[in-house]
Design a protein around this ligand. Structure first.
Ligand code: CIR
Length: 253
C-alpha cells in the first residue's frame, strides 16, 4: 500500500526538455491541465499528494521519479545521468528531509535515474541504461543491502529507462513489451504482453489495487481490466513528447 506521493509542477521551460520522441514541443497550458488531472488520479487512489513548485532552471524537473527512490525504509537521492538534470535533486532532498525520511545518496562517478528502478516487494530491479551506470547501480545495491533489501541488474537495449518497458502490477503480474518479453531475469512473472504499437502503455502504474494507464491505449487498457484491475485512464500526451510516462511524474511511497 502507498499512502503518499510527491509531484513537481511542470515549468514553462519544459518545452526545452530532453526529447527523442519526435512528437513536437509540448503545449505548456495543456501540460499543466494534464498534470492537475494526474494529481487528481493519485488522490483517487488514496494518496496524499505533496506538490513541489515549478523550477524554470530545470526543464525536465516535472519527471521527479528520476531524482529519488523512496523505499519503506529510506529515501535514496540519485545522481541523474543527464547533465542538465543533476541539480534537480536539490528540491527533492529538501522535500524528503521535511518528511523525516532517512536519506542516502548516489555519488559521482556513479549515475542513476530512478526511472530505472522497479520495486517488487523487497527486491529492486535496476536497469543499466544510458542514464544509470554500473557504479550507480552498485552503490544502490550496497545501500539497499544495508536496509535489508536485495537488487539485481538488467541491461537495457532500446528503451530510455527500465520502467519505460515494464511495470509491476503486483500479484506477480508484469506488464512488458519488446526486449523484456524474453529477459531471463523476469521469467518467473506472469507477463502481460503489451503490443508494440502500444509500447508507451507499458509504463502504467499500480497504486493500491488500481492501475493508471495512459489514455487511448485501448488494447492495453482492456488487457489490464481483464486481469482484474480497476483502471484510471490519464492523458499525458504532452509529457510523452519529452519521453516521459505516467510513472515518471511522481514518487509514490
Ligand atoms: C529525460 O530525458 O530525462 C526526460 N525528458 C524524460 C524522463 C522520463 N523519466 C522516466 O522515464 N522515468
Amino acid at each position: 500500500m502507498f499512502t503518499k506521493a510527491i509531484v513537481k509542477t511542470p515549468c514553462q521551460n519544459m518545452v526545452n526538455g530532453i526529447s527523442a520522441a519526435g512528437l513536437g514541443k509540448p503545449d505548456y497550458k495543456l501540460a499543466l491541465k494534464q498534470h492537475n488531472n494526474y494529481i487528481h488520479a493519485l488522490k483517487e487512489c488514496g494518496l496524499k499528494v505533496m506538490v513541489l513548485d515549478p523550477d524554470e532552471n530545470f526543464p525536465d524537473s516535472t519527471f521527479i521519479e528520476d531524482t529519488c527512490l523512496i523505499t519503506p525504509r529510506c529515501a535514496i537521492i540519485t545522481n541523474p545521468g543527464a547533465a542538465s538534470r543533476k541539480d534537480e535533486t536539490i528540491s527533492v532532498l529538501k522535500a524528503v528531509k521535511e518528511l523525516g525520511l532517512s536519506v542516502e545518496h548516489i555519488q559521482s562517478p556513479g549515475t542513476l535515474d530512478a526511472g530505472d528502478i522497479m520495486m517488487v516487494k523487497n527486491h529492486y530491479f535496476t536497469g543499466l541504461s544510458e542514464r544509470t551506470n554500473i557504479d550507480g547501480a552498485s552503490q544502490l545495491n550496497t545501500i539497499l543491502t544495508t536496509y535489508g533489501y536485495t537488487s539485481s541488474f538488467i541491461k537495457l537495449e532500446s528503451v530510455l529507462h527500465l520502467k519505460t518497458g515494464i511495470s509491476y502490477l503486483e500479484n506477480n503480474n508484469l506488464l512488458a513489451f519488446g526486449e523484456f518479453l524474453t529477459q531471463p531475469e523476469l521469467k518467473s512473472f506472469n507477463i502481460l504482453e503489451v503490443a508494440l504499437n502500444e509500447s508507451y502503455a507499458a509504463n502504467s502504474v499500480w497504486i493500491n489495487g488500481k492501475v493508471l494507464v495512459p489514455k487511448e491505449f485501448f488494447k492495453t487498457a482492456e488487457m489490464i481490466k481483464n486481469a482484474g484491475y480497476q483502471i484510471i485512464e490519464v492523458d499525458v500526451s504532452e509529457f510523452r513528447k519529452l519521453d516521459g510516462g505516467l510513472s515518471c511524474l511522481s514518487l509514490r511511497f
